[in-house]
Design a protein around this ligand. Structure first.
Ligand SMILES: Cc1ncc(COP(=O)(O)O)c(C=O)c1O
Length: 389
């Protein structure tokens, strides 16, 4: 489904966000360019803004439910993109994916049980299980040139008799990988053999660069679907993170019951504005997404070239997806932690690689979903800081 009218978006436009209580823009001082948390400095798709405006004009903001239309649009989208046919009762909603991950830790592993994750990875995969008394089993991804591979042997060996759940991040943040069918099949085969539940975070699945195809792990076979809970959202795709709407697909009735038990009374309903934005984005956000992907690819290629030419000792990993670049700073000669260095010396706010667990030391993560002029300014500042070492 596409919008009737094609709007041309101008992602070069610089928009002030400091006045809007943005977490990204509030974390550091006013002189810092924030390149950290994963939201984009771009205005949302026009049809989303219009739909929200219309809903606000109605003026009554009571409790909401996901509409039949929203459910149908999601089912149609999964069928169209992945030949994935789901039933209405397989579809759940949640304010966020981090909420979903934390429900999974409690629903599918008991205290003292193991949760399997692949660092370096988004920190909620490796930090949060411990908050619930679960143990993290963390066989790291393996650096291979400028990309990462899975060491399947090590992956399997890290499974203990108490490991119950595998949290998959695909596309992977921050490794930038889109797992191939073959990799997913091998992971799924190991998980099935050890009777693990798979919780697959696919939040970045629409932000792929040309040449890559997303495969939801649950689509591999009915057996895999039976053991999988898939988390998806329009929040990264259409830059709607602050509206808190995500959806979950699970076929297995036992997994569904456990999910409901943990969530009931604790996980709030999705915000009515979140539902409105989600529906408008999925129905009419196609032009925006198509255009933002072109712009992001331009930024990725610009960054890649800039790093090679002007940031000596920094190594950028290959990006198959996401707008989150993973930069190895171990060769720079920066004294101490590179994130602290770039904040202090360049006034650029990045994510610290150590947040992502094993393999993150000496790395920074840089969010380049911003106007190119801002990206250039941040990089110029980083280059100047490196020259002063
Ligand atoms: C892999 C991954 N999962 C989840 C999230 C956050 O999801 P939510 O805002 O829906 O909690 C992020 C945000 O960066 C992410 O990268």
């Amino acid at each position: 489904m596409t919008s009737a009218i094609t709007t041309t978006y101008n992602f070069d436009q610089v928009i002030e966000r400091r006045t809007t209580d943005s977490i990204k823009w509030k974390k550091f001082g006013d002189d810092v360019i924030p390149m950290w948390v994963a939201d984009m400095d771009f205005v949302s798709a026009e049809p989303v803004i219009q739909a929200l405006r219309k809903r606000v004009d109605h003026g009554i903001f009571g409790y909401g439910v996901p509409s039949e239309e929203l459910r149908a649009v999601i089912r149609e989208r999964l069928a169209r993109l992945y030949h994935w046919r789901i039933e209405d009762e397989d579809l759940f909603f949640s304010p966020g994916l981090v909420t979903g991950l934390n429900v999974a830790y409690q629903a599918y592993a008991g205290p003292g049980d193991g949760v399997l994750a692949q660092p370096p990875v988004y920190f909620h995969f490796i930090k949060d299980p411990g908050w619930h008394g679960r143990i993290v089993n963390d066989p790291p991804l393996v650096e291979k040139g400028n990309t990462y591979e899975i060491d399947f042997d090590r992956f399997e060996k890290s499974i203990t008799p108490r490991t119950k759940l595998f949290v998959l991040c695909n596309p992977h943040n921050p490794a930038g990988r889109v797992y191939t069918g073959n990799e997913l099949e091998r992971l799924a085969e190991i998980c099935l053999r050890h009777r693990l539940v798979i919780c697959s975070d696919e939040i970045h699945c629409d932000l792929l660069y040309p040449g890559y195809q997303h495969i939801p792990i649950a689509t591999l076979s009915p057996e895999v679907a039976e053991r999988t809970v898939t988390l998806m959202a329009p929040s990264k795709t259409y830059n709607l993170a602050g509206l808190g709407c995500s959806f979950i697909i699970m076929k297995n009735r036992v997994l569904q019951e456990a999910w409901k038990r943990i969530s009931f009374g604790i996980v709030p309903h999705v915000n009515i504005m979140g539902y409105v934005a989600c529906l408008a984005a999925l129905k009419h956000g196609h032009d925006w997404l198509e255009q933002v992907l072109v712009y992001l690819k331009g930024n990725r290629d610009f960054l890649n070239q800039y790093v090679t030419e002007n940031l000596p000792g920094v190594r950028m990993f290959k990006m198959e997806a996401t707008y989150l670049a993973w930069l190895d700073c171990r060769g720079t000669g920066i004294p101490g932690n590179p994130t602290e260095f770039f904040l202090r010396e360049a006034r650029v706010g990045l994510n610290d690689g150590t947040e992502f667990g094993k393999g993150g030391n000496g790395f920074v993560r840089l969010n380049f979903a911003c106007p190119r002029s801002r990206l250039r300014e941040a990089l110029d500042r980083m280059a100047a800081a490196l020259k002063r070492i």
